[in-house]
Ligand binder design. Structure first.
Ligand SMILES: C[S@@+](CC[C@H](N)C(=O)[O-])C[C@H]1O[C@@H](n2cnc3c(N)ncnc32)[C@H](O)[C@@H]1O
Length: 247
């Protein structure tokens, strides 16, 4: 299955899969970060926007938002959720915009979908090009050296007559620039169970490597992955918020 096939198949269930994520808190945090580090402009782009949850909250916070994603069914749901935003089906490693923006976001670790170091480098370069002076590129990321292959997160949801169990976890083989996001979705309806299982190829980096890739383009602050308060990264947590201000 390709990286986006599962999202095509399951775009209708995507929001259910993410029901545990506090998108409002994440978007409020992005807004605070932008107020603190940004250039005061309100043009915003969300990379790998999915069904547009961050865009909805950022529009409501006064941004003029746009989103891009590789998956058309996800974009159609995003457009329904955010009729006032512009969406385009583009690869975040080679996107083009008609006008520069002031804030670029990429959440739920989606920057890792750039798949290779070359793809990640291209995406960083594109984000830099697409930003106005002093603009902010904000995303969350995971450090490959901290991945625990045995650790998974799981949650259940009920929708109409179906019960869903969503399970996800990172897998890193211990070397190289590739890690996997492993997803398993189990849907049970009238005693019939269907299972989707998928391993998405994602680019694997350490935070030191990621900082090196960003340094030619951005001043970088790494924050704890905490949506209640802005605190500097403790140097050891395996996931973090990156705040990158265009040079
Ligand atoms: C885990 S979802 C995250 C969606 C959204 N950012 C969120 O926080 O809910 C990942 C999204 O990345 C998109 N995607 C994967 N590879 C991409 C690429 N190279 N360029 C743009 N979007 C991509 C998928 O289609 C999917 O919608």
């Amino acid at each position: 299955m390709t990286a986006t096939a599962l999202y095509t198949d399951l775009s209708g269930y995507y929001d259910l899969m993410c029901a545990d994520i506090n998108y409002q808190a994440q978007s409020d945090t992005v807004h605070r970060i932008d107020q603190f580090f940004g250039n005061g402009g309100k043009r915003h782009l969300d990379l790998a926007c999915g069904t547009g949850p961050h865009i909805r909250f950022l529009l409501d916070l006064g941004y003029q938002s746009a989103g891009l994603d590789l998956n058309q069914p996800m974009l159609e749901l995003a457009q329904q959720r955010c009729p006032e935003a512009d969406f385009s089906c583009q690869n975040m490693c080679e996107f083009q915009l008609s006008q520069p923006v002031d804030l670029i976001t990429c959440f739920l670790y989606s920057l890792h979908y750039s798949q290779t170091i070359a793809g990640l480098t291209a995406c960083i370069r594109q984000a830099h090009l697409a930003l106005n002076p002093g603009g902010v590129f904000c995303f969350n990321a995971v450090d490959k050296s901290q991945i625990d292959n045995a650790s998974v997160v799981s949650h259940q949801a009920q929708h109409a007559n179906s019960k869903f169990i969503f399970t996800s976890g990172w897998f890193y083989p211990g070397q190289g620039e590739l890690q996997q996001l492993r997803l398993r979705i189990e849907k049970t309806e009238n005693d019939q169970t269907e299972v989707w299982q998928d391993a998405h190829p994602m680019v694997a980096v350490t935070f030191a490597e990621l900082q090196q890739l960003l340094a030619p383009y951005f001043d970088v602050q790494i924050l704890q992955h905490d949506y209640d308060k802005l605190v500097a990264w403790d140097g050891s947590a395996g996931n973090a918020l990156f705040v990158c201000v265009k040079h």
